[in-house]
Design a protein around this ligand. Structure first.
Ligand code: ZN
Length: 219
């Protein structure tokens, strides 16, 4: 069981906040409206796996999707953090994959139920090694790529985020006290698609700033 932030072995992982539909093109590809406010959900820590681990497709799903995302690591907590101070609360950046059982999610959405059972299962939050913000580069222009069996499936850039990192931190901290070790999955660019038994997949942030390799097996 992973308990600490990859790359920051002294820092326990806190809450995994996730943002839905933060790229207009991705919202459109799933026939969803572009949101006026960020869609916010969380994943349990038990969903975290790291580089080289295996994603398990649950028996209740036949359509598990990859969603490569830039993930923000909070280093200094706070409440009601102003947008112009928000980036000072960031310790680093990494790549993450918001694994999603799309068929289960569609059912839950139809019923108006929370997305937890589609997004929060064991192995559904692969994380790469986090890199300190000073060396990672600008969070407002980083490529976010997903390769499955060597083929590029997603090739986005954080410059297209509808709600950028400073805005997300300001908004999240208006609802929740942020703490060191909290992670924010910032949403996925277009190109989401299925992962199947036997696949090998890689998600990459920027110019190999952070990388996570996974394999996939049917549970
Ligand atoms: Zn996502």
């Amino acid at each position: 069981m992973i308990t600490h932030v990859p790359g920051f072995p002294e820092l326990p992982i806190g809450t995994l906040f996730c943002i839905g539909r933060n790229y207009a093109e991705h919202a459109r590809e799933l026939n969803n409206p572009v949101p006026e406010n960020p869609i916010i959900f969380t994943k349990p820590i038990s969903s975290v796996i790291v580089d080289g681990n295996q994603v398990v497709i649950p028996s209740g799903s036949t359509e598990v999707h990859h969603e490569a995302e830039m993930v923000v690591l909070i280093g200094r907590g706070g409440r009601n953090i102003p947008r112009n101070e928000a980036l000072q609360h960031v310790l680093g950046y990494g790549i993450g994959i918001d694994i999603t059982a799309r068929d289960v999610q569609s059912n839950l959405k139809d019923k108006g139920h929370p997305w937890l059972l589609a997004k929060g299962l064991d192995t559904f939050a692969p994380l790469g090694t986090f890199v300190a913000s000073a060396t990672a580069g600008s969070p407002s222009e980083m490529s976010v790529r997903m390769l499955v069996n060597g083929e590029i499936r997603q090739d986005g850039n954080t410059k297209d985020l509808l709600f950028p990192v400073d805005d997300l931190i300001a908004r999240l901290s208006s609802f929740f006290t942020l703490r060191a070790g909290d992670l924010i999955f910032t949403g996925t660019p277009a190109g989401v698609g299925p992962l199947r038994d036997g696949d090998s997949a890689t998600a990459v942030l920027g110019d190999n700033v952070s990388v996570v390799n996974i394999t996939v097996k049917q549970g």
